[in-house]
Design a protein around this ligand. Sequence first.
Ligand code: SAM
Length: 218
Amino acid sequence: MRDPYSGRREDMVDRLKERGVLRTPKVIEAMQKVPRHLFVPRGMRESAYYDTPLGIGSGQTISAPHMVGMMLEYLEFHEGQKVLEVGGGSGYHAALAGHIVGPSGHVYSVERIPSLARRAIRNLEAGGLSDRVDVLLGDGSEGVPDHAPYDRIFITCAAPEIPPPLMEELDDGGKLLIPLGSRYYQDLIMLEKQGDQIRRRSLGGCVFVPLIGKYGFS
Ligand code: SAM
């Protein structure tokens, strides 16, 4: 069946390429293929391809496409990687990661709000990525030891500190991306683990909803 939103999705991707946000073929392909309109509430589909965050219920948001694209570029995913996302929300970001790591990779996406986790599962089914992404319910700040270690970990909510379990679950050579700061404003921080060494880079300011949990805000 023809996708009535494919033209708008192409335009969104073209604008993000022109702005230098999207650079690598795999990320570009994922954003061209994964239908963002199926991850937003039905009444918001017409706005799905504007570069803006949108409400997804329970006071939470799906991040703006430029932020999602930037994070995917910074994480430098490869096929076959095992990925952990904390803050599953709509499932869109996890779907894109799943598209990039391919059938030999896997994404575990943790969400603390049950209604959002249930909807993310349905969205992923509708988007055709449910075989690459498992949505788990819980406090992602406590990590997901059952499937550790992870090649990539990304947190899509604002944390006051780096949750120690997530650092432990990052594989040697792995990358972890996290918005770190207050409830209202954060720095996007990249951590790269090389043996006992952790390389830390600040990638600029951002605003995310808070991580609520043991190593988050109360
Ligand atoms: N990545 C999502 C997407 O593609 O739609 C957007 C994520 S939204 C900006 C942040 C999400 O983090 C919210 O859905 C929120 O409920 C969730 N969250 C907050 N604290 C959490 C925690 N401790 N564990 C798991 N999810 C959490």
